[in-house]
Design a protein around this ligand. Structure first.
Ligand code: ATP
Length: 134
């Protein structure tokens, strides 16, 4: 088996669907590289970049805002609250979101707002970094 089918799906619909040679993802307990034929597993993802390596040597990067990766030998599914292919990221929007989140964090209101702002900041930083190819 040289490639595996990868689907990235959000509540708004499918974001990515392709045959790839390797998936590199960041679970909450560390980075994993998944090759075709991998044993089944499910793991929660960090707010992070997913790298999809094609068998022609090229690769694509998708920003995911958490969710889960489900691995089966012939299919990998990523279910995320939101996800964007690098080329579809609106970097100006992410910078605005980052600014808003930073302002909220500086105000230090109650705990719930703080946690929400922290997550919004992480999503924004992740989008900017994926857009910039880091
Ligand atoms: P914002 O405050 O800018 O809405 P957010 O982190 O709260 O950012 P999400 O709730 O994660 O946004 O996503 C809402 C929808 O908007 C999703 O479909 C997501 O893919 C899309 N989205 C969010 N930010 C961007 C961006 N910078 N570029 C492209 N799509 C984005």
């Amino acid at each position: 088996m040289k490639t595996v089918q990868v689907n990235i799906v959000t509540p708004d619909g499918p974001v990515y669907d392709s045959e790839v040679a390797m998936v590199i993802a960041k679970t909450v307990s560390g980075e994993i590289g998944v090759l075709p034929g991998h044993i089944p597993m499910v793991a929660p993802l960090a707010i992070s970049a997913v790298t999809l390596k094609k068998d022609n040597g090229s690769s694509e990067v998708v920003a995911v805002s958490g969710g889960f990766i489900e691995v089966r030998p012939d299919k990998i599914s990523i279910l995320a609250p939101s996800a964007e292919v690098a080329s579809n990221i609106d970097v100006a929007r992410a910078k605005e979101a980052m600014k808003r989140a930073e302002e909220r964090l500086q105000k230090k209101q109650d705990n719930i707002d703080f946690k929400r702002a922290e997550l919004a900041l992480k999503r924004a930083i992740n989008r900017i970094s994926v857009h910039e190819g880091n």
